[in-house]
Design a protein around this ligand. Structure first.
Ligand code: HEM
Length: 380
């Protein structure tokens, strides 16, 4: 019996992947200390992500647009969001992201210790998102401070603190929405204004819906991009041969390499579902109304699909679950992929070497987040 295993309560510094790698072959489904059923195998995670009837996304008492919605309601809001995350909508921002990356990489100090997660990843993520959404640059320090506190609150497991931090973020979002709604036709021509004018069922999106959508785009994803940058830089600093390949590779190959590095060390660990009826999965009987966790990080390392986890960007691409699967699969995938590629290519073009610091090894993040908390590096 493998009940009550702390799948997501690792001690600071421990690599959570080693733990789920150890559990997965014998215990495809474990229960964590919160009583949630954690799916560790690729086949089960994929099956649950694609079974929208028996695994509902209505897991929170808070409004979550679109991620906490099911069925038709989800589809209606998802369409609104997808319009702004399509290739056509995002293409004009490529030069913007390139400019943001070049300006940041140009001023990063050379020859001194930097933290790839906070000094590179978080700053790039915030600047790129502000530029994309049309948010003022003055919000940058506030957003960075918020990311730091949000992280600390999440790590602490203190729900009241986390709720207070979430409320602070909603205030930041209201501070950009309210003036745009009040300005009517005179509002700036940017993505946030466009979103404020969107309708569902003939009705303008309400303020709580707008706040939820923007919270999802920024609050959750700024952190993911920063963590992904940390994982990518830690990996390439340990694999100089990959740097040579990345420098010469066309964009599509760079993106495939990035996705493969993130498959092996997926910092966006899990999402939840709630069962709508009794379910038999991974050899276990899960009752109706149970909280289930889809552990993408573990599924992405499942030996049943990826063998001995050989680095194979092309071969492993089709089964890679870093952006999820099913109706809730990440609509921001293209945006995230382009941002990560541009950040990495710009960094590689502006430095000769990226080295880890021998007496300051990268520090692992603690659950519920993966990847690294800090990746000290020296650029030359
Ligand atoms: C590297 C960065 C990112 C990773 C690893 C990531 C990963 C994921 C995953 C695994 C899901 C599926 C959730 C589920 O099934 O419950 C998801 C959903 C989502 N992601 Fe991302 N994401 C990233 C960046 C972004 C960005 C930049 C945006 C938008 C600006 C975004 C917007 C969303 C939204 C709105 C959903 C919910 C979709 C729905 O419920 O239909 N993501 N993401």
């Amino acid at each position: 019996m493998t009940d009550h295993m702390p799948d997501d309560l690792s001690a600071a510094g421990r690599d959570l992947r080693a733990y789920t790698d150890e559990l997965r072959p014998k215990h495809p489904v474990v229960r964590n200390s919160k009583g949630e059923w954690v799916l560790l195998r690729h086949a089960d995670v994929l099956a649950a992500a694609q079974d929208h009837e028996r695994f509902s996304s209505q897991v929170s008492r808070y409004l979550q647009v679109p991620n906490g919605l099911d069925g038709e309601e989800h589809t209606r809001y998802r369409h609104v969001i997808e319009r702004h995350l399509s290739r056509d909508a995002l293409e004009p921002f490529i030069p913007v992201f390139k400019r943001v990356a070049s300006q940041l990489m140009a001023v990063l100090p050379r020859g001194q210790v930097l933290d790839a997660v906070n000094d590179i990843g978080a700053v790039f993520a915030v600047r790129a998102q502000c530029a994309w959404l049309g948010w003022p640059a003055e919000l940058e320090p506030r957003l960075l401070a918020w990311m730091g506190e949000n992280h600390a609150a999440t790590r602490s497991g203190d729900r009241d603190w986390a709720a207070g931090v979430a409320e602070q973020f909603d205030e930041i979002i209201r501070s950009v929405i309210q003036p745009r709604r009040a300005a009517g036709d005179k509002a700036p021509d940017d993505l946030t204004t466009k979103l404020c004018r969107e309708t569902v069922n003939g009705q303008l999106l309400t303020e709580p819906e707008l706040v939820s959508i923007l919270r999802n785009w920024t609050g959750g994803d700024l952190g993911s991009i920063a963590l992904c940058v940390g994982v990518l830089i830690a990996h390439i600093a340990q694999h100089p041969e990959l740097v040579v390949r990345l420098r010469a590779a066309p964009d599509a190959e760079v993106e495939a390499i990035i996705n493969e590095i993130l498959r092996l060390d997926n910092p966006f660990v899990s999402n939840r579902r709630v069962t709508t009826c009794p379910v038999h999965i991974g050899g276990r009987d899960i009752p109706s109304g149970a909280m289930v966790k889809l552990n993408w990080t573990s599924a992405n390392r499942d030996e049943a699909v990826f063998g001995n986890n050989q680095f194979d960007p092309e071969g492993n691409a089709a089964a890679n679950l870093i952006y999820g699967a099913g109706k809730h699969a990440c609509p921001g995938r293209l945006l995230a992929t382009w941002e990560l590629r541009i950040a990495l290519q710009t960094l590689l073009a502006s430095v000769q070497t990226i080295e880890l610091v021998p007496d300051q090894p990268p520090e692992r993040e603690v659950a519920p987040v993966g990847g690294y908390h800090r990746v000290p590096v020296v650029l030359t």
